[in-house]
Design a protein around this ligand. Structure first.
Ligand SMILES: NC(=O)c1ccc[n+]([C@@H]2O[C@H](COP(=O)([O-])OP(=O)(O)OC[C@H]3O[C@@H](n4cnc5c(N)ncnc54)[C@H](OP(=O)(O)O)[C@@H]3O)[C@@H](O)[C@H]2O)c1
Length: 295
């Protein structure tokens, strides 16, 4: 399908979430009409409600941001995770598919097991190792089954201005304690909701449906990511020590993939532009938070 920059009517689920709160304003800035609905306004686990809203709004595209995202809690609450991430996504996909409305489903690197030695391609075998990853993969499959015109966009290590995230946590802990320990044996790519929103904005204008990997550019460990975050504090004269630890030294309920670098060549080709290096995206985020180091 040819690229189009026409103004679209967009229905966004998961209103009030970290991604949605950055994404919707940026889509409006591109002159799209954006109807963003919170869980109270549209509970995606209720098919009758989803079907009614999709019929009434009749959008050009649905961007499905609603999700159960508590990775560790999902190990004990897997029914809840599957209800939102699988059944909820299936509901949206069925309602959209019936009317041949395209949808964009936001997915995750956690659909992979992390044992590969090279970046994961969109078509590589999925093998999630956590309940969250399994529920998100089930959502992907439902979208593929019921909504023929879809974008499935897998991202990773997301942070942004409107939600609890790794960058803010590290920043705060480093400031309070002066010394922090961070896992060094998990490798992936951080992604700012600011740059990810621009990727989504560009992608939906291409009309090129498919499965995409979309993160900020470059590869790092959580340890090196943390070191980059605290640099701003060091520039301000604070002494911060970041200690590398191993995953086994920090047990958590949900296992994480050790290596979740995603190959983004298909996305770069579709967008016909390079992606933002993760360090640049982080700098933009920190400067927005007005914690940028003095020049
Ligand atoms: N955060 C990450 O690191 C990361 C990484 C890769 C991919 N992703 C994906 O990116 C997408 C956006 O994530 P996010 O970080 O913005 O998550 P988020 O802040 O948790 O936002 C998800 C939103 O969905 C809402 N929601 C939950 N159950 C719902 C339901 N039944 N009906 C309608 N809305 C419901 C939540 O509302 P409540 O808060 O009121 O429950 C929340 O507002 C998700 O698909 C996630 O899987 C995230």
């Amino acid at each position: 399908m040819a690229a189009s920059s026409k103004k679209m009517k967009l229905l966004v689920t998961g209103g009030g979430g970290m991604l949605e709160q950055t994404l919707s304003p940026r889509l409006r800035h591109r002159s799209h009409e954006v109807i963003s609905l919170s869980k109270d306004q549209l509970d995606v686990t209720d098919f009758a409600q989803v079907d009614k809203v999709v019929n009434e709004v009749a959008p050009d595209l649905i961007i499905h941001c609603a999700a159960y995202t508590q990775v560790d809690l999902a190990e004990s609450e897997h029914e809840k995770a599957f209800l939102v991430n699988y059944t909820g996504s299936e509901n949206v996909a069925i309602a959209a598919g019936k009317l041949r409305i395209p949808m964009l489903y936001v997915s995750t690197d956690y659909v992979f097991d992390g044992t590969q030695q090279r970046p994961y391609l969109p078509g590589d075998e999925t093998a999630p190792i956590s309940q969250y990853g399994k529920s998100k993969l089930a959502g992907e499959l439902a979208v593929q089954r019921y909504c023929p015109d879809h974008y499935i966009v897998r991202t990773s290590w997301l942070y942004g201005p409107h939600g609890r995230n790794f960058v803010d946590t590290i920043y705060k802990l480093a400031q309070e304690r002066g010394q922090i320990s961070v896992v060094a044996d998990q490798v992936g790519s951080p992604t700012s909701t600011l740059t990810f929103s621009e990727i989504i904005g560009d992608l939906i204008e291409t009309g090129q449906f498919g499965v995409y990997h979309a993160t900020d550019d470059g590869v790092t460990s959580w340890f090196d990511f943390a070191r980059e975050i605290v640099k701003t504090l060091e520039f301000q004269g604070q002494q911060i020590t970041v200690l590398p630890i191993e995953t086994k030294d920090m047990p958590r309920p949900a296992p994480r993939p050790a290596y979740s670098v995603l190959d983004k060549s298909d996305l770069v080709k579709a967008l016909a532009r390079p992606l933002t290096p993760w360090q640049v995206a982080l700098e933009e985020y920190l400067s927005l938070k007005a914690v940028k180091a003095p020049a």
